[in-house]
Design a binder for this molecule. Structure first.
Ligand code: ZN
Length: 376
């Protein structure tokens, strides 16, 4: 259940109550594709860096170790020892972006595993069954992530099918939640708005899914190659048509500056692989923008990555040391940078929430964008 605590223009400060605890929003979800954050970061670490919600990928967990294994182990919370909320994506995005030859039919998608080429079928019912086996807090509806750009005709047909799939997802999840051996019988369902960069199709779709009384609503199919301005234009167009008493999730976004802009436009949930991926390459976020620790100028730099940062990395290690670890190809280098970057994102959300509570979000946004020099 979503409780709106404060509103400032379109910006929202809220709480989302789930069976695994209350989420303070706006929130950034930390992406652990295979039930681990890439870069050797564990669920123990996630608590220390202020993570509220962990996100795992249905498609990946279905292939490895298999959702039946996770169910037999008591669900993903027990399996990875994480007692806070978990969101699972539907597998749709990976089916469309990773897998080999695929056929989209009314019943679902036929595709090949990206690991061994094995033929797999996934439709709305299968996606819900896998997510139910995983036992996540929030399940995402199975949708088609439309390639960008696509013709108007293609987008219209795809969005209609995504709506029909959403209805099937809701019926199937209700059925699964009523079974006696279900891991999490209070599993929630978020629907996903699609429509490419066609505002009118997006709005029409938002109106249709808004009537379906879901637990939350996501904006999908953005951050897939369109410009930032196009993305903001779509968010501006769609948000007013999504139910205001439910959380709004912008999928796969993004840079710290994108998050500030989207919070300004009424978005509550975010996720992105960017902080972890950047960290694994020594690219770290600081209050003055992003820096590359591989740069020679950090060889004798005794300062932490970001002065004043309270993350475990900055409290203990220098830029020079971490740079050395990268050069020596020590795994610890990645781990330390991923910890810092995720802390940076989680702390950014904490500051955003404080700014909304304190009625200074607009000023905070302007100051931050200036400090980062629009580079971050
Ligand atoms: Zn730090």
């Amino acid at each position: 259940m979503y409780k709106l605590k404060k509103r400032c223009g379109k910006t929202r400060r809220g709480e989302f109550v789930t069976p695994h605890g209350t989420i303070q929003t706006p929130v950034f979800m930390n992406v652990g594709t295979l039930a681990a954050i890439k870069g050797a970061v564990s669920s123990m670490d996630l608590k220390e860096i202020g993570c509220q919600v962990e996100l795992s990928n249905t498609y990946h967990l279905h292939l490895r170790p298999g959702d039946n294994v996770i169910k037999k182990m008591g669900g993903l919370h027990k399996f990875m020892n994480w007692d806070r909320p978990i969101l699972t994506d539907s597998g749709g995005f990976q089916v469309f972006s990773l897998s080999g030859i695929r056929k989209i039919k009314e019943e679902g998608v036929y595709f090949n595993s990206h690991i061994d080429g094995k033929k797999i079928f996934m439709g709305p019912e299968e996606s819900m069954q896998i997510q139910s086996n995983i036992g996540s807090t929030i399940a995402m509806a199975f949708d088609e992530c439309i390639p960008n750009p696509s013709t108007r005709e293609y987008v219209e047909n795809s969005v209609s099918r995504t709506t029909r799939w959403l209805k099937r997802c809701k019926i199937e999840l209700n059925r699964l939640n009523s079974l006696p051996d279900t891991i999490n019988n209070k599993q929630m369902l978020f629907g996903i708005n699609q429509g490419g960069t066609y505002e009118d199709i997006r709005i029409e779709h938002a109106k249709v899914i808004a009537k379906m009384d879901l637990d939350g609503y996501a904006i999908g199919g953005l951050a897939v190659g369109e410009t930032h301005d196009e993305m903001y234009r779509i968010i501006d167009a769609v948000v007013p048509y999504l139910p205001q008493e439910k959380p709004i999730y912008l999928m796969g976004v993004g840079l710290p500056s994108n998050i500030l802009e989207a919070v300004d436009r009424g978005v509550d949930f975010f996720d992105c692989v960017l902080p972890a991926r950047n960290g694994r390459h020594g690219h770290v976020f600081t209050k003055d923008g992003k820096i590359n620790l591989m740069n020679a100028k950090f060889e004798l730099d005794s300062k932490p990555i970001d002065e004043g940062c309270q993350c475990p990395t900055c409290k203990n290690y220098s830029r020079a040391y971490i740079r050395h670890l990268f050069k020596a190809k020590e795994m610890l280098a990645m781990r330390l940078c991923v910890l810092h970057n995720l802390y940076f994102y989680n702390n950014l959300m904490q500051e955003i929430r404080e700014a909304i509570d304190g009625d200074y979000f607009k000023e905070y946004k302007v100051t931050k964008l200036k400090e980062w020099g629009n580079r971050a």
